[in-house]
Design a protein around this ligand. Structure first.
Ligand SMILES: [Zn+2]
Length: 318
């Protein structure tokens, strides 16, 4: 089959996804597919393996909220897309039989328990990695399922592209010497784009995990609650350099910004003596004392010593 007729075959499949229209207009499966197209375009999915990851949830929820105010549930399309024939689910070790006999998965936690990843037909994945063919498939999805929201979907795509460019620029900035009080990346972009780009860069570096407690916390909807924190606050530094950033859960972000915890020069957690805790919450803060933080894979991306020293001097309460 020539590439063109392969493309045509999948365009037809995209036009006739099995959609349950009884539950209103929100198209679960096309939304999932748009989100994956986005991840492939951004280089976040490079091989034919799509895992139910926080990165996928995040982008799925963005597209979803354009179309409906209803709660998103990525588990439904991720599981049921297999009925359309080009999407194949692969079980986590020990869950092979469970996956084979399961007829529905209703929650994200159950999905992540059973399913390791999904793959497309190889020829479809190869189309999706080609810029032109990917765009044809994306436009097919938009024109078939998002006719009433076309402008919104397209402006989201543009926005995501801008965020991606900014994120890349931030990641490239680490080739230059760290400067604590300014970002070297030009900042004519709007605030929300810069904030989102900084977050994306930090989440990719730390894989949505809190650097202090090393927990990976998802909401019931599958959204990550891990936050991208600035070491020297943005209001002081105006600096979105990833070396001025760290990934923290909400509790540790709160404690870090209030100087109840900090990080020493050996990348170990220090805890303020002011923090007198009793009972269950002790586990969350005081027992982190002396623990090494989670560090990026490449040392070029580590939190800057200069920024950490500033945090210890100006924010930390001994
Ligand atoms: Zn934490």
């Amino acid at each position: 089959m020539s590439t063109n007729s392969t493309l045509q075959k999948y365009v037809e499949k995209m036009k006739s996804l099995r959609i349950d229209r009884a539950h209103g207009a929100a198209p679960n499966k096309p939304t999932l597919l748009l989100a994956i197209v986005e991840l492939i375009e951004q280089g976040q999915v490079q091989e034919n393996k799509v895992s139910p990851s926080p990165g996928l949830f995040e982008i799925f929820i963005k597209y979803w909220s354009i179309v409906t105010g209803r709660r998103p549930n990525l588990a439904l399309p991720f599981f049921h897309l297999k009925r359309d024939g080009f999407w194949h689910l692969h079980a986590n070790a020990g869950y092979e039989i469970a996956l084979r006999v399961t007829t529905q998965i209703k929650t994200v936690s159950r999905l992540r328990e059973i399913v390791a990843y999904a793959s497309f037909d190889d020829e479809l994945f190869s189309l999706l990695t080609n810029t032109h063919d990917r765009e044809v498939i994306r436009q097919t999805l938009i024109n078939t399922y998002f006719t009433d929201f076309k402008a919104d979907v397209e402006s989201l795509i543009t926005e995501e592209q801008q965020i991606g460019v900014y994120r890349q620029a931030l990641l490239q900035q680490v080739e230059q010497t760290f400067s604590s009080l300014q970002s070297l990346v030009p900042t004519e972009l709007e605030d929300p784009i810069r904030t989102a780009g900084f977050r994306q860069a930090i989440m990719r570096i730390y894989d949505y995990t809190c650097a202090v407690c090393q927990l990976y916390v998802l909401t019931l909807d599958g959204e990550s609650v891990t936050e991208a924190a600035h070491i020297i606050p943005f209001t002081v530094s105006g600096n979105n350099d990833v070396r001025n950033g760290i990934s923290l859960c909400q509790l540790h972000h709160w404690a870090f910004d209030r100087g109840l915890i900090s990080v020493d020069r050996n990348y170990k957690v220090i805890v303020s003596d002011l923090l007198l805790e009793r009972g269950a919450t002790e586990w969350l803060l005081t027992t982190m004392r002396g623990k090494p933080i989670l560090l990026p894979e490449h040392d070029a991306l580590y939190p800057a010593q200069e920024a950490l020293a500033w945090h210890r001097a100006e924010i930390f309460r001994r």
